[in-house]
Design a protein around this ligand. Structure first.
Ligand code: NAD
Length: 498
């Protein structure tokens, strides 16, 4: 099969290399709508040869300096144009994203996709603010740091926030002068593919951003191992992160790994319970429960536990589950059949482990098709239960009860993960104690997640390596070169002199 499409087509999403859609290859994958279980698109999987063509395109663009050597004002204008075009196409992008991810249109339209507009605007501003400093320590030397793009960046992103996460990586890689090859998740290529055209329309030169599609073990692995790739930015599961780090190691490639989580959400006796309730529901059920920073272990002080659970369950049971394209829907289907089966399996496991099902745990009666699960909550006897240790990545909350605040901290930290921790408390001493003692890259007090690129985002322990705030990105995507210029003759040995 060989069809050369001039614009993005759902008939067959192919690679986008050097600003051109490529002919379809031999291996096609189905793209399924998780709400209907119907095939809505096909994807052409890039093999090692096509992956190589994408990397070579990025390498050429990098060597020719078509992006890095542009004046900052020009790059800034392109970033602003990307933000503007994304905003103008938000409805179209949200429809495409929802169609293959099952994410509710309402959430995509109000939260996830507007973030792209903000991110590109942020990086546009950054273009004009980013200056390096020269240093003169004394009158002997002038020293400064040249910060140069790392080169070709491999960007690998997951399916739970396909365009939001992929586009943040693109913005960061470009911001620091790199060219890149993106491999988005094979189950959710649609909005990302359309976004490639927006980048080109905004003036990103051919070869600067290239897209390849396919399964991780095939296309992703070929990309990570490619000798001309210098850095690998990855967001996804912890096991995949390990495989990528191992594949990158022989080439001594720098890796940034944004991985899974099992975040504690601690509700103390002094919390504002209305706020804590909204926060807890938001943290576990938005994005269909598929978010790395989900507050999936909800730890309740015994004095408020009964009331909190009663109110939480009533609200969870009232959440509108259904067609993600319906603007009223709050929770849509899980992403794909295998993931659905895995998430559902934790319901029986929770009961085997001595847990009590509080709500949900089954398919909604009115939704016989699609990977739907009612918002689910269980009360577990021990933090050692697998339900409290493994990332479930669905609308599945595990409650535990604590008596002593130090116990809550101990439970929060008793996890292989350390991405995020939430605390609801109006006791300043508790807040200070928790923010110091909790082992997580992000601690949120009296608020659900708020993302801000000015600050680091990333995990402790098995939640990752590296940080996706502006400083972390700057170090990740650039090489530092220290230049030292003698201002007068420096003290030197005079070997061999008379
Ligand atoms: P995943 O690890 O299965 O896949 C992520 C991406 O990696 C996909 O594009 C996939 O094709 C690719 N991939 C898989 N195997 C590969 C390999 N061997 N080499 C190269 N690429 C490979 O993750 P997922 O299931 O798509 O996403 C869910 C996970 O992502 C969850 O664990 C979630 O917590 C995590 N996540 C983390 C963050 C964060 O910022 N920390 C954000 C979102 C999601």
């Amino acid at each position: 099969m060989s069809t050369q499409a001039s614009s993005f087509s759902r008939e067959c999403v192919t690679s986008y290399i050097d600003g051109q859609w490529q002919p379809a290859g031999a291996h096609l994958l189905d793209v399924v709508n998780p709400a209907t279980e119907q095939v809505v698109a096909r994807l052409s999987e890039a093999d090692a040869a096509e992956t190589d063509r994408a990397v070579q395109a990025a390498r050429r663009a990098h060597q020719q300096g078509v992006w890095a050597s542009k004046p900052a004002a020009e790059k800034q204008a392109i970033f602003r144009k990307i933000a503007q075009l994304t905003e103008a196409h938000l409805d179209e992008l949200a429809q495409l994203e929802s169609l293959n991810s099952g994410l509710p249109l309402r959430y995509l339209r109000s939260r996830q996709l507007p973030r792209i507009v903000r991110n590109f605007s942020f990086f546009a501003d950054w273009q004009s603010q980013n200056v390096e400093k020269a240093g003169i320590q004394d009158d002997q030397y002038l020293r400064y740091v040249l910060r140069e793009p790392a080169g070709v960046a491999a960007l690998i992103s997951p399916w739970n926030a396909p365009l939001a996460l992929a586009s943040t990586k693109i913005a960061a890689a470009l911001s620091f002068g790199n060219c890149c090859v993106l491999k988005t998740a094979e189950t959710t290529p649609l909005a990302v593919a359309r976004f490639m055209e927006i980048l080109t329309q905004a003036g990103v030169p051919p070869g600067v951003v290239n897209l390849i599609n396919g399964r991780g073990a095939v296309t992703g692995d070929a990309l990570v191992r490619h000798p001309d790739v210098r850095v690998v930015s990855f967001t996804g599961g912890t096991a995949t992160g390990r495989a990528i780090a191992a594949a990158a190691a022989p080439g001594l490639k720098r890796v940034d790994l944004e991985l899974g989580g099992k975040s504690a959400n601690i509700v103390t006796a002094t919390a504002n319970l209305d706020d804590a309730l909204d926060g807890a529901l938001t943290s576990i059920y938005t994005n269909n429960g598929q978010q790395c920073f989900a507050g999936s272990r909800i730890l309740l002080h015994r004095s408020i536990a009964d009331e909190f659970i009663r109110r939480f369950v009533a609200r969870a049971q009232a959440i509108r589950v259904g067609d993600p394209l319906d603007p009223g829907t709050e929770v849509g289907p899980l992403s794909n059949a295998a993931h659905y089966a895995r998430v559902v399996s934790f319901v029986a496991l929770a009961e085997q482990e001595g847990g009590r099902l509080l709500c949900g745990g089954k398919r909604p009666a009115n939704l016989p098709t699609g990977y739907y699960l009612e918002p689910t909550a269980v009360l577990m006897p021990s933090n050692d239960n697998r339900v409290c240790q493994e990332e479930i990545f669905g609308p599945f909350a595990a409650f535990q009860v604590f008596d002593d605040f130090e116990d809550a901290i101990r439970i929060a930290n008793a996890s292989e993960f350390g991405l995020v921790s939430y605390l609801w408390s109006n006791d300043l001493a508790q807040v200070n104690r928790a923010t110091r003692a909790i082992e997580a890259g992000v601690v949120l007090v009296n608020t659900p997640m708020v993302l801000d690129l000015r600050f680091p985002f990333g995990g402790y322990k098995n939640s990752g390596v590296g940080r996706e705030g502006i400083e972390g990105m700057r170090h990740f995507y650039t090489e530092e070169k220290t230049v030292t210029i003698a201002l007068k003759r420096p003290p030197m040995e005079r070997l061999g002199a008379a």
